[in-house]
Design a protein around this ligand. Structure first.
Ligand SMILES: [Zn+2]
Length: 396
């Protein structure tokens, strides 16, 4: 019985501490008296929790704030420099790594072209880029509190890479490899899930409870936020919308299916179709830059191709909107550089194919975080994990 009571007291203390920290994170600089007023906790409890949080380096005091008469109160603010996280966007041909503070502000970044697609090459490069950011990290009480890696492929809930169509990482356990090398908690997630998480915390999806993040790059990945929570399915591998069938007898896909959405609506579809155009007939290397340049030049063939890609994107989105009834769809990853040319055909297809009930309630937009959504989301997984294990609520 005594043991149970002690447990209860500890729990109450942890909850109170979380409430106080949450108030400081969201409303700081704030005085002890104001926290007491806002939270309903008595002044003695607030003071005791604040002392703990200062000892744990999560909270700092600053000079007196405005007072309504009498002694001016000391103000408290969240110490976002108590530790740092590393977020990595592992692309099909690049690695982008960022260092963030505890609030998700980007402090440092490093981008490299991927040296190769073999497992040992990728692991070497990831370790190298992590070491660079660790060296650049300012000194802090908690140091690097976590590493998050967003990868283009199917990742189970244990962080094992089950299927990575463009990188040779099948069955790779990146989490264990990186944890044993650096002794820092590491989270490996699908890049679209990281992107959705990043957009919801810091980007276009802030304060949106039901949203879908479409990462349209070489393939198409989907991150799903339902009622404010990332939905990852029973084994962590939901959101493989790139493999929705949109052509019954369509092209054969690496996944085993035919007519998959990403074969018609992704960056690879765009590059493949661009090769057939008259304007690129004598060019060996066609990349997104060359395509964008021709689009800007007003080349009719290229504009037609982008229109077709936009329509195919719209067809897949129609299926997704009918399934989830989200408030918002955020388009992310590299296809968004063509937004001036693809958004109109997307809207046209939605106008033609969606019921008015769905059409009226949906907002289609592009990522506010741009190239950082995956890296920031990955860093945030690491931050949430750190703050949760310290039993304090994270709220950005
Ligand atoms: Zn497929």
């Amino acid at each position: 019985m005594n043991k149970l009571q002690t447990g209860d007291q500890n729990l109450v203390k942890k909850i109170n501490k979380s409430i106080v920290l949450h108030a400081i994170q969201t409303k700081g600089p704030i005085s002890r008296a104001q926290i007491s007023k806002d939270t309903g906790l008595n002044k003695a409890t607030v003071s005791s929790m604040v002392t703990d949080l200062i000892d744990e380096h999560f909270v700092n005091e600053i000079g007196p704030g405005p007072s309504s008469g009498g002694r001016k109160p000391v103000m408290l603010y969240f110490n976002n420099h108590a530790g740092y996280a590393i977020g990595i966007d592992l692309g099909v041909n690049y690695v982008l790594a960022i260092l963030t503070d505890l609030k998700g502000n980007i402090i440092e970044e490093e981008i490299q072209t991927l040296h190769g697609v073999e497992e040992n090459q990728i692991i070497d490069q990831l370790q190298g880029i992590i070491e660079i950011l660790m060296k650049k990290s300012p000194k802090s009480p908690y140091g690097i509190v976590g590493i998050g890696v967003g990868v283009p492929g199917i990742v189970d809930q244990d962080g094992i890479l089950l299927f990575t169509p463009y990188l040779n990482l099948q069955q790779a356990n990146l989490k264990t490899v990186l944890e044993s090398k650096f002794d820092i908690p590491t989270i490996v997630a699908n890049e679209a899930n990281s992107g959705a998480y990043g957009e919801q915390l810091y980007g276009t999806g802030k304060n949106v409870s039901n949203l879908i993040y479409e990462s349209i790059g070489i393939g198409i990945g989907t991150g799903i936020i339902i009622n404010g929570e990332l939905y990852t399915g029973s084994t962590g591998i939901s959101g493989e919308m790139g493999h929705l069938t949109i052509e019954t007898n369509g092209k054969k896909c690496r996944c085993g299916n035919r007519g998959c959405w990403e074969l018609y609506a992704s960056e690879s579809a765009l590059l493949q179709e661009a090769k057939k155009l008259e304007v690129f007939k004598n060019q060996n290397e066609i990349d997104l830059d060359t395509i964008e340049q021709e689009a800007k030049n007003g080349n009719g063939e290229v504009l037609q191709l982008l229109n077709t890609i936009g329509e195919f994107i719209g067809i897949g989105l129609t299926n997704i909107i009918n399934t989830f009834n989200p408030e918002m769809i955020i388009l992310g990853n590299r296809m968004t550089r063509f937004e001036s040319w693809i958004l109109n055909p997307i809207h046209r297809v939605l106008d033609e194919r969606l019921s008015t009930y769905h059409r009226e309630s949906i907002t289609i937009t592009t990522s506010a975080l741009g190239v950082y959504s995956n890296a920031l989301g990955s860093a945030s997984f690491a931050l949430s994990n750190f703050l949760d294990t310290n039993r304090v609520t994270v709220n950005h």
